[in-house]
Structures are given as C-alpha cells and as structure tokens.
Design a protein around this ligand. Structure first.
Ligand SMILES: C[S@@+](CC[C@H](N)C(=O)[O-])C[C@H]1O[C@@H](n2cnc3c(N)ncnc32)[C@H](O)[C@@H]1O
Length: 218
C-alpha cells in the first residue's frame, strides 16, 4: 500500500486493527520465542500497539518502526512516556527509556539503526503488505535482523470474499518467505470470525488467525 493509504487510515481513525489490549497470542507464546527477557526486540509496522509496552515491561529493549507520526505520538502517550525526538534519514526517531520508534518507512531502515536484534514480533505487519511488498519485506527483514527468532501472526481467509489489507498469507507463503532460514512451527490456529464484527461486515465467513514460531536453522 502507498503510505498515503495508511496516513489516511490514522487521520480518519479507521484503525480497526488496533487492539485495546495486549495481544493474547503474545502473552501466551512469547516465552517460546526467547529464553531471556533482556534482549532487543524489533516490532515492525508497530502502529500504537500496546504490545510494545508489554515487551518493554518484560525487560526487553524495544525498537519499532511506524509510518504515521500520530500513531507514534499516541503510542508514547499511552505508555505515559515523554519521548526525545531526533531526526533520522527516514523521518523522526522517538525514544524514551528502553523504547525507540522510528517514524518513517520500514524500507528505509538500516541494520545500524536497529543494532543487534534478538527477536522479532510481527503482528499484522507482513499481512499489512500486498504480495510484491511482502517479498521485499521478508528479504529486508533478513538483512536487518539476521537469525533473530520471530513470533509471526498472520491471517488466512477466502480471498474471493475480501481484498486486503489485511492480506491473506497462507502456510505455503510463510514457508516460501521464511523456510530457507527458519524452522517454522505453527503454534495456534483459530477462527476469529465470531469475535470480529469488522471482518463479518466485509463478508467473510471465516478468518483464521495463525501464530507461527520461526527459529533459526543452523
Ligand atoms: C495493520 S497495522 C498493524 C499495526 C500493529 N502491528 C498492531 O498490531 O496494531 C499496520 C501498520 O503499519 C504501518 N505501516 C504500513 N506500511 C509501513 C511501512 N512501509 N513502514 C512503516 N510502517 C508502515 C501502518 O501505518 C499501520 O499502522
């Protein structure tokens, strides 16, 4: 999607993807991703997810990237943190305590911006991107985060019933994007359509939410 698409969503408050809670799959499965909670976690396309604060409260240093400035501002407000704001090549870098969010385009990030990453939390990030961008995203993620383990949360649905975003990313595609570098384990698969009015309204009769654990090979 073009960046204008996302800025408009944030401006109009059409952010149905934002959860009022920490994602239950994060709290359930994070201990499968890391054995210690002192490392650096990268949260791509982080929106203003409360998950960032949760990971920080667990002891992690958290680095995120998010296109929209409003989202970043609200993220810090919700965490009750006063950020220091500096420039970076892609926009602004907001940081306070152990949270650093690059406001700007994921594709402009370089490894030096992130430093060594111990783990990645990808919820509604890969699935936010259309297919050609997903290929670039996975390649770029490999360059930025090396062999960091990942908790990846995807959606699967009948694509004749709805266009993304969120896009449907099936298990074959997860394998295609990550199988070369990672062992892939499906942690959970749940049809969330009954809980999701917005997807029912879009005409879906099933919406599978799938959690994947990616652990480095070799
Ligand atoms: C579906 S939302 C998910 C947000 C968050 N992960 C969550 O769970 O609430 C996708 C987010 O990615 C941001 N975004 C989209 N493309 C981006 C890009 N190229 N670089 C950085 N952020 C991007 C959008 O502004 C939006 O907030």
């Amino acid at each position: 999607m073009e960046s204008a698409f996302w800025h408009e969503k944030w401006e109009k408050g059409e952010i149905g993807f934002h959860r009022p809670d920490v994602h239950p799959l994060l709290t359930q499965f994070w201990s499968r991703v890391v054995s210690q909670h002192d490392g650096r976690v990268f949260v791509p396309l982080c929106g203003k997810a409360l998950d960032v604060g949760y990971l920080h409260s667990m002891g992690h240093t958290v680095v995120g990237v998010e296109l929209d400035e409003r989202a970043v501002k609200e993220l810090f407000e919700e965490q009750k943190l006063e950020p220091e704001i500096t420039e970076w090549r892609g926009g602004q870098c907001w940081q306070a305590r152990g949270i650093r969010i690059y406001q700007g385009d994921f594709f402009q990030l370089q490894s030096a911006d992130l430093g060594d990453v111990d783990a990645v939390y990808d919820r509604a990030s890969l699935v936010a991107l259309p297919p050609p961008m997903r290929a670039l995203y996975a390649t770029r993620m490999a360059a930025l985060t090396g062999k960091a383990s990942q908790l990846l949360i995807t959606f699967e649905y009948d694509t004749s019933q709805m266009d993304g975003p969120p896009f449907s990313v099936n298990s074959e595609e997860v394998e295609q994007r990550y199988g070369e570098r990672f062992h892939i384990e499906e942690l959970s698969r749940e049809d969330i359509i009954e809980k999701s009015e917005r997807f029912q309204e879009q005409g879906l009769d099933s919406m599978m939410e799938v959690a994947w654990l990616l652990t480095p090979k070799g």
